[in-house]
Design a protein around this ligand. Structure first.
Ligand SMILES: NC(=O)c1ccc[n+]([C@@H]2O[C@H](COP(=O)([O-])OP(=O)(O)OC[C@H]3O[C@@H](n4cnc5c(N)ncnc54)[C@H](OP(=O)(O)O)[C@@H]3O)[C@@H](O)[C@H]2O)c1
Length: 363
């Protein structure tokens, strides 16, 4: 198979500007590999870029491509690549985007071998959320004497931060909707509902421990003041803007960036030893990419939203799943036809793959 499909857009905008176009398998440069993508993550920051909300930070050139983290199989390697072979399973990052595609050409340094016990979808959604979470938690040097409040704790970035903070020995007060509290307890945190009265609930959850750090993922306008009232020193408050800047840095890190590479290696190791487990909120076939973006935009994910380019083993069953249980979304029928993601004349695979979609949740 040489021909694939890739997400592309040629102007700023919402879902309506997203097209799926035909893609020829690229030819690698000497130091590159071409990967057949199995799974790739979705990230808000890429949506914000597409919508033009971050033009002050990053000016896109069009046509633009989307998708930063991915897992897949090496199909072609450049003449200078010696330590990977065709057929190797890898996970990595796309410094120039473009992972929402059948094929991606990346420099060898942008990938590492995928740990065998890591599922495709876990590996595919790991890099950007994981690097952001790790960098934020690193910046606070959390330890056993810390009690940290983490906002949007069950989200794609938050659930990794919670586990990293616990791993560092900190006591974690996790802000989230009550429907997420059981999960947040399972990962060792003390959950607290956000909203009116949260200050008192946080104090009760801390149970007399001094609150020493605060991570505001969501961007609450009053979060900084809340942290101050709770006694958190300003340098131990991480704002949503700071987190966004970290995310942007890892999103666009050039391939030579040593820290981005180390992040990938550290994340693989942490996930491999199961001290952090990536939760998949929704795993969508590529044909449903618009639904996947719409799901993410609901801001109700519990864990990561990812897409899959091909059918893979997903643990207890073979095939795709779309986990509706993870969110407060009404159960809905799989659309009879793929939305948006169908291009004129290219109907290959969609009929078979659509038939494999299961509406049942797995979490
Ligand atoms: N400042 C920026 O530019 C920037 C950049 C990236 C992300 N963010 C924001 O950071 C948040 C988390 O990012 P993510 O990548 O982890 O996304 P995500 O996976 O979509 O996060 C979803 C989580 O956000 C929480 N959330 C939704 N509305 C909330 C509210 N009003 N107050 C507090 N939490 C709320 C939800 O918590 P419950 O389901 O428990 O209610 C959900 O678990 C998102 O809201 C995102 O928009 C901001």
């Amino acid at each position: 198979m040489r021909e694939g499909r890739a997400v592309q857009y040629d102007r700023y905008g919402g879902f309506d500007v997203v097209d799926v176009v035909r893609q020829e398998r690229p030819t690698p440069g000497p130091g590159d590999i071409v990967v057949e993508v199995v799974s790739a993550g979705l990230n808000h920051i890429e949506r914000f870029l597409r919508e033009g909300k971050l033009r002050d930070h990053v000016e896109l050139t069009f046509p633009a491509h989307q998708g930063t983290d991915f897992s897949g199989i090496v199909r072609v390697r450049g003449s200078e690549v010696r330590d990977l072979k065709v057929g190797d399973e890898v996970m990595g990052r796309a410094p120039d985007g473009g992972a929402h595609a059948t094929w991606i050409r990346v420099p060898r340094r942008a990938v590492i071998k995928k740990p065998s016990q890591l599922r495709w979808e876990e590996a595919g959604g790991l890099y950007l959320a994981g690097a952001t979470a790790l960098s934020v938690v690193d910046s606070l040097s959390l330890g056993r004497d810390d009690t940290v409040v983490i906002g949007a704790a069950a989200g794609g970035v938050g659930h990794i931060q919670c586990q990293l903070a616990r791993r560092a020995g900190a006591f974690v007060v996790a802000l989230g909707s009550p429907r997420n509290h059981d999960y947040l307890r399972q990962i060792g945190t003390v959950p607290v509902a956000y909203g009116e009265g949260e200050e008192e609930r946080i104090r009760q959850a801390a149970n007399g421990r001094p609150i020493t750090a605060f991570i505001d993922n969501h961007g609450e306008s009053a979060a900084e003041e809340l942290a101050e009232r709770l006694g958190v020193r300003p340098e131990r408050f991480v704002s949503s803007e700071e987190r966004r800047d970290i995310e942007l840095r890892f999103l666009r890190a050039p391939v030579e960036d040593e820290e981005a590479r180390q992040m990938l290696e550290r994340l693989a190791k942490i996930v491999q030893d199961r001290t952090v487990q990536v939760l998949i909120s929704g795993f969508y076939p590529f044909e449903y990419i618009v639904d996947a973006y719409a799901d993410l935009a609901q801001m109700k994910s519990r864990g990561k939203v990812v897409i899959g380019m091909q059918t893979v083993e997903t643990g207890s069953r073979l095939g795709w799943y779309r986990s509706e249980k993870a969110r407060d979304l009404p159960e809905k029928e799989a659309p009879a036809r793929p939305r948006q993601a169908e291009i004129a004349g290219n109907t290959e695979a969609s009929a078979d793959e659509t038939a494999q979609v299961s509406a049942g949740g797995t979490d």
